[in-house]
Design a protein around this ligand. Structure first.
Ligand code: NZQ
Ligand code: ZN
Length: 391
């Protein structure tokens, strides 16, 4: 099958570079208006002085900001409810996110929920479509999700143990400030999880069975090689600007629609990972480090050509003399070695403190919103095996 037809449209204005955070007031006033909701995580932006810099800069440009602190990783629908209420009560005109994917996703959901009278969770259950989305701006502090340049939002509901994704064409940030220096303060495990997330976004879009995708393949291979080279450099020296800049740009390019144009993946591993986050509280990148290698081991023989390309061109691993059956274990070992030894993170559930995996629950849950056909044709038993193999 040839590559699919596509429309590529990405309205996010990307302002990239050292010190670009200083442009936040001007950009906010131009694109979000003079009264905004400023959405932040739990504490990092306070500790490293970023929130003070932002609020001063906003005030200097005449922007009044109401603050919503405390958005946690795997952001909860509760933060969305709180934020949407404030936006409505105060008549705010836009939402500015300062943080990683969790904060940005929460800001997007707030920007949509502000138009909805009922519970914001209905958005994620796909029960309602918001008539509009308030403009969103973003100051990125973690290279990982690509949320800075796409229309996706992923929110968790602790009451139902669900983590669901939502997309809206108007939820692309109007602007995103990509200042690599802001990522110097990341703890090593967050840098590593971010790298795994970027790689996983490329994997999701790389293992298709289409022909004639040499442009997408070339971009995907370059992105993966860059992350494999630069993540260990950023871990070795946290203020390595070039490594941080490459990771940040890779984060954006991996999930802004470019490499998936004409070659959209099925995103199976992300759906499985959402179960690990929702049921066991794993960080997104940690869950992907656990599930993706297991998936690779399971499916490589069916996608032989792509896996040979992957091993040869991304990891410089020769597949000469490697049989079809040996490809899965070889891909598994290659990726796991990198995660374990170069990124220093765990690749099994036990390493993240999970003793009771609840495999049956996870499989049941994922099959309530995806069919087997929409999970790369994997049946219930295969899904179970992929989960069981990562204990
Ligand atoms: O909460 P604070 O104290 O700010 O600390 C955060 C958090 O603990 C910390 N952090 C962020 N920037 C920092 C920093 N610490 C020091 N210095 C900095 N500069 O990092 C921790 C993790 O932050 P989080 O935002 O949760 O990480 P990430 O960017 O990996 O986002 C993960 C979320 O995004 C979703 C995931 O499912 C998960 O919920 N995703 C969103 C996608 C999208 N919108 O397109 C796609 C992805 O596949 C993913 O599903
Ligand atoms: Zn991801």
């Amino acid at each position: 099958m040839p590559m699919k037809d596509f429309i590529f449209h990405n309205p996010a204005r990307l302002v990239f570079g050292r010190g670009k955070t200083r442009d936040v007031g001007e950009l906010t006033s131009a694109h979000l208006g003079e009264k905004v909701l400023l959405v932040l995580g739990r504490q990092s932006a306070k500790k490293n002085g970023l929130s003070a810099l932002i609020t001063n800069n906003l005030a200097h440009h005449g922007v009044v900001a109401e603050e919503l602190w405390g958005v946690a990783p795997n952001p909860s629908i509760q933060s969305v409810r709180e934020g949407a209420l404030t936006v409505r009560e105060k008549g705010l005109t836009g939402v500015l996110a300062v943080g990683g994917g969790s904060v940005i996703d929460c800001a997007k959901a707030i920007a949509a929920a502000a138009w909805h009278d009922g519970d914001p969770w209905e958005l994620f259950e796909k029960k309602i479509k918001p008539p509009n989305v308030l403009p969103i701006g973003c100051v990125l502090t973690l290279a990982a999700t690509g949320s800075e340049a796409n229309g996706n939002s992923v929110i968790s509901n602790p009451a139902t143990e669900q983590k669901l994704a939502w997309y809206h064409p108007d939820a692309y940030p109007a602007f995103s400030i990509l200042d690599p220096e802001l990522t110097f303060t990341l703890p090593p495990e967050q840098t590593a999880y971010g790298a795994v997330d970027i790689l996983s976004h490329v994997y999701e879009q790389f293992f298709h069975d289409l022909q004639g995708t040499d442009i997408q393949d070339g971009m995907a291979i370059t992105l993966m090689r860059s992350v494999i080279e630069n993540a260990p450099l950023a871990l070795a020296r946290t203020d390595d600007y070039n490594a941080r800049a490459s990771l940040m740009w890779a984060s954006t390019l991996a999930l802004n629609g470019l490499i998936g144009a004409g070659a959209v993946g099925d995103w199976t591993c992300h759906m499985l990972e959402h179960e690990l986050s929702a049921k066991h509280g794993l960080a997104h990148g940690a869950g992907l480090a656990v599930i993706f290698p297991s998936w690779m081991r399971h499916v490589a023989a069916r996608k032989e050509k792509r896996f040979r390309l992957f091993l040869e061109r991304v990891w410089d691993v020769s597949t000469q003399g490697v049989t079809t059956e040996q490809l899965g274990p070889l891909a598994y070992d290659t990726v796991v070695q990198f995660y374990r030894h170069r990124l220093s993170i765990g690749v099994s559930m036990k390493e993240y403190g999970v003793d009771n995996p609840r495999v049956e629950d996870m499989v049941n849950s994922v099959l309530t919103y995806r069919t087997e056909a929409n999970l790369g044709g994997l049946n219930r038993d295969e899904l179970k095996k992929i989960f069981q193999d990562v204990m």
